[in-house]
Design a protein around this ligand. Sequence first.
Ligand SMILES: Cc1cc2nc3c(=O)[nH]c(=O)nc-3n(C[C@H](O)[C@H](O)[C@H](O)COP(=O)(O)OP(=O)(O)OC[C@H]3O[C@@H](n4cnc5c(N)ncnc54)[C@H](O)[C@@H]3O)c2cc1C
Length: 427
Amino acid sequence: MRLLADLMSSKQNIIVIGSGVIGISVGIALQEVGFQVRIIDEQEASQKASEGNAGAFAFADIVPLATPGIIRAAPRWLLDPLGPLSIRLSYAFSIAPWLMKFWRASWSDKFPALMEAQAELMALSRSALERQAALHRGEALLRREGQLRLYDTESNFLESASYWSACKEFGIGYTLLTSRHEINEIQPGLHNRFEHAGYTPDWVNVCDPKLWLRNLNDRFLSGGGFVEQRRARSLSFSSNKVTVQCDDGDLYCDFVVVAAGAWSKSLAQTVGDYIPLETERGYNTTFDPGEFDLRTHLTFADHGFVVSRVGKSMRVGGAVELGGLEAPPNFERSRILLSKAKQFLPSIDPIGCEEWMGFRPSMPDSLPVIGASRKQPKVVYAFGHGHLGLTQSAATAELVRDTILGKPWPISSAPFSAARFTRLSSI
Ligand SMILES: Cc1cc2nc3c(=O)[nH]c(=O)nc-3n(C[C@H](O)[C@H](O)[C@H](O)COP(=O)(O)OP(=O)(O)OC[C@H]3O[C@@H](n4cnc5c(N)ncnc54)[C@H](O)[C@@H]3O)c2cc1C
């Protein structure tokens, strides 16, 4: 604790790059232990994934996306124009190395360890959310209504056995449902094709991800933090200080945290770290659902989309489009999801549809990068959370705080290290 006392007396200052849910959560956690924190973000009202996501603390989602057998399923999804996965032709060549690493992560010599690491981080995320919600009056913004994971057919349900046995192995509570009646008890109004589902009661949602972020932002500001609109271009180092070179001049600090979501890769490159970060673009539509009474978070497991409540509205979202950071959105993808949702929830009558696309920051092994740079201990990374950035935000903040304080982590750090990839390694 000597180190902590020293830090508090000298008020070391830290710059966090990115004001998404990861950056703000990190900012608060560092502020709480006495650092002077400034968050910079290039956009005020930005395309940040943290504002438009589905709002789920998806604690049950411990299975990495690159599952064994994915290579057999992927071509089927890619060939289906209504399927959950698409690759922009113009981006196919650029994304190929990432896809190779993604495939490699699905091999049986890698997959179990990746799942174990994900499950450890999820367990920490669950308890960290409770700490965060208690400290920052977040409870009023949470919905504790669980998740219903629905399957189209009995055979798809049977194929999901490995998902549920992983939940069992890692202590995630669930009930399997095998009749329309049982499903109807939890969520009435679904199409009668759904006779198989799993219910995870410990799943939590935010009332609205935008409000959640605003609440955290207000806590950060009232704790003495600063948020400024600035774009960081690169990082450099001199006599124990970090220089953050911005478009409008240089900033100096004792530590920098890179939490720039899907845009973090180029900043890490300026430090000399190679990190295979890509974006999985995701789409959703938010609308007034009329009389439909959505009682829980719905996951349509065979179709790659979810339905959640956001304020008084309903949000239908998901899809994975591999197309990089520059291409304009293709909202046909959100329309496809919405038309499927209309089939599965026949009584919804969407009014006032608002379409959105966001950039998930995604690593090929489904684990985020959290911890110090391989090259510069004064640079700490917190990005690459893919589909789970909101879910893992409070835990990431605690781990970044521990890294900077030099404290041991409560979970194993190696799976999240920036050093786990090299340019030549397959993973
Ligand atoms: C359709 C969809 C649904 C999702 N649903 C869920 C869900 O239900 N649950 C869940 O846990 N996750 C979900 N996610 C994923 C989640 O939204 C992301 O993992 C998370 O928001 C990432 O947060 P972040 O803070 O890392 O990035 P962001 O929210 O993208 O923030 C990064 C910020 O960095 C800023 N920035 C970038 N470069 C620079 C620079 N050079 N200088 C200054 N600032 C910079 C950007 O302007 C941006 O504001 C979903 C994502 C999508 C797309």
